[in-house]
Write a protein that binds this ligand. Structure first.
Ligand code: PLP
Length: 427
C-alpha cells in the first residue's frame, strides 16, 4: 500500500478543504440568521428562542474523504456515542462506514436506518447480559471483551459472537483516559485467549483505544506493535485472527500526524490480508456542528481597585448541564463568539467599532458549576437579547445533555450541506 507522508497528505487535503470553506461559512451564517430572524424574543412562546445547532453535513462528508485519502486501508466504524444525530448516521451509512455501538439503543438506532448487522461492532467490553441477547437476536456478531467474566457471559448468551480482545494502551496523552477502565494488560492476554479457546468461542481480532482525543501519535504505533504480539500469541493458541481494530481518538487538528504514524505502522506489522477497522467519533462530527445561544441575562461586575474596569457576567440559555456537557465530560473549552449584537449580525468577524472587554459566560441553571467560560474577551457591550455562537460543537455535546433544572435536552438542528458529494447522497 502506498501510504502518504504526513506532509504530502496534508497538502493534498488542504486543497480540497479550502475550496469549500467559504461556501460552508456562508451557508452556516445564513442558516443562523434565518432561524434567529424568525424569532421574536419579546413575543415568542416560551422556549422558541432556545439554543439551536446548525449542522453542515458537507463537513462530515469532507472528513470522510479526508479519512480515505490519509488512511485508505482502515475502514471507519463511526462511534455513535459521540453524536447520534440521525442525519449524520444516514449520511455515513450512505458513505459505507460501519458503526461502533455501545448499547442496545445505539444498535437499534443503527439497525433502524437500514444498516446491516455485519457493519456494526458492539464495542463495549463490559456489556449488559440482555444487550448481548439483543445483539444475538439481531445478528450483531462483532463485539469486544477484555476480561474472563465477559467471556463466560458471552458463552452463555451469544456463543457464536465474533470477538475482539481489547488490549490495554498507554492513554496518558489523551483528553479522556479510557485505560483506567478498559483493556486487558498484555500479561493477561494469553490466559484470556486460552480461556476463550477452552470455551470454544470465536476470537477474530484485537482492538485497542489509545484514549479519546489523543494528542500523541506514537501511542498508536505502540498499540499496533502490542496488537501484533497478541496476534502471534493467538496463533500459538490456535486462533487465526483476521481483523485489527485501531479504535478512536483521532482529532481534527492532528489527524494527518496520527495517520502518518498509524498507516505505516499497520503496514509494517500486518500483512494486507488482515482487515483493519477503526472507531472514530469526534473526528467526523466535531467541526460540523455550530451552536447558537441567546443571552438571557447580564450582570455588571463593578470595577474595583484591582480590576480597574467593570466586567460582565453573561447568562446564556444553554450550559454545562445541556449541550456544553463536554466541558465536564470531555475537557472541552468552548470559545464564545458574537453572532448578533444590537440587531447586527457577525459571523467569523468582530464588530470593528468596539474594544474587547472581559466577560464570564454562564449557563441557565441555578448551579454555580454551570460556567461555560470563567474569563473571556468579547466586544463591548453585549446585552440581553444578543446571540453568541460556538463552533466545533458536534462531539460529546448534545449526546450527554440533561434536563437538569427543567431545561430542554432536545435542541433543534438546522441542516446545511456545503458539499455537492454529500448532497447527491442525501437526495
Ligand atoms: N470507541 C470506543 C470504545 C470509545 O469508548 C470511544 C470514546 O469514548 C470511541 C470509540 C470514540 O472516541 P473518539 O471520539 O475520541 O474518536
Amino acid at each position: 500500500m502506498a501510504t502518504s507522508t504526513p506532509s504530502a497528505s496534508k497538502r493534498r487535503f488542504s486543497s480540497v478543504n479550502n475550496n469549500t470553506k467559504p461556501l460552508a461559512q456562508a451557508l452556516i451564517s445564513q442558516a443562523l440568521q434565518t432561524r434567529i430572524n424568525s424569532i421574536d424574543p419579546d413575543e415568542c412562546e416560551a422556549g422558541v428562542e432556545d439554543a439551536f445547532f446548525v449542522a453542515d453535513l458537507g463537513e462530515v462528508y469532507r472528513q470522510h474523504m479526508r479519512w480515505k485519502i490519509n488512511l485508505p486501508r482502515v475502514e471507519p466504524f463511526y462511534a455513535v456515542k459521540c453524536n447520534g444525530d440521525e442525519k449524520v448516521l444516514k449520511l455515513l451509512a450512505a458513505l459505507g462506514t460501519g458503526f461502533d455501538c455501545a448499547s442496545k439503543a445505539e444498535i437499534q438506532q443503527v439497525l433502524n436506518i437500514g444498516v446491516s448487522p455485519s457493519r456494526i461492532i458492539f464495542a463495549n467490553p463490559c456489556k449488559t447480559a440482555s444487550y448481548i441477547r439483543y445483539a444475538a437476536e439481531h445478528d450483531v456478531r462483532k463485539m469486544t471483551f477484555d476480561n474472563a467474566e465477559e467471556l463466560y457471559k458471552i458463552k452463555k448468551f451469544f456463543p457464536h459472537a465474533r470477538l475482539f480482545l481489547r488490549i490495554l494502551t498507554d492513554d496518558s496523552k489523551s483528553l479522556c483516559r479510557l485505560s483506567l477502565k478498559f483493556g486487558a494488560p498484555l500479561d493477561s492476554t494469553r490466559h484470556l485467549l486460552e480461556l476463550a479457546k477452552e470455551l470454544r468461542l470465536n476470537v477474530i481480532g484485537v482492538s485497542f483505544h489509545v484514549g479519546s482525543g489523543s494528542y500523541d501519535p506514537t501511542a498508536f504505533e505502540t498499540a499496533v506493535q502490542d496488537a501484533r504480539q497478541v496476534f502471534d500469541e493467538a496463533a500459538e493458541i490456535g486462533f487465526d485472527l483476521r481483523t485489527l481494530d485501531v479504535g478512536g481518538g483521532y482529532g481534527n487538528d492532528n489527524f494527518e500526524q496520527i495517520a502518518g504514524v498509524l498507516g505505516p505502522a499497520i503496514d509494517e506489522y500486518f500483512p494486507s490480508s488482515v482487515r483493519v477497522i477503526a472507531e472514530p467519533g469526534r473526528y467526523y462530527v466535531s467541526s460540523a456542528f455550530t451552536i447558537a445561544t441567546h443571552v438571557i441575562a447580564r450582570r455588571t461586575v463593578p470595577a474595583d481597585s484591582i480590576t480597574r474596569d467593570a466586567s460582565y457576567m453573561l447568562y446564556l440559555n444553554d450550559g454545562v448541564y445541556g449541550n456544553f456537557s463536554g466541558i465536564m465530560f470531555d475537557h472541552q473549552k468552548p470559545i464564545p463568539k458574537v453572532l448578533k449584537r444590537n440587531g447586527e449580525y457577525f459571523f467569523e468577524s468582530m464588530p470593528s467599532d468596539s474594544q474587547l472587554i472581559k466577560y464570564s459566560v454562564w449557563g441557565p441553571t441555578c448551579d454555580g458549576i454551570d460556567c461555560i467560560s470563567a474569563s473571556c474577551f468579547l466586544p463591548e457591550v453585549l446585552d440581553v437579547g444578543d446571540w453568541l455562537y460556538f463552533s466545533d460543537m458536534g462531539a460529546y455535546s448534545k449526546c450527554s445533555a440533561t434536563k437538569f433544572n427543567g431545561f430542554s435536552d432536545d435542541h433543534q438542528v438546522v441542516y446545511v450541506v456545503s458539499d455537492p458529494g454529500a448532497l447527491a447522497l442525501l437526495e
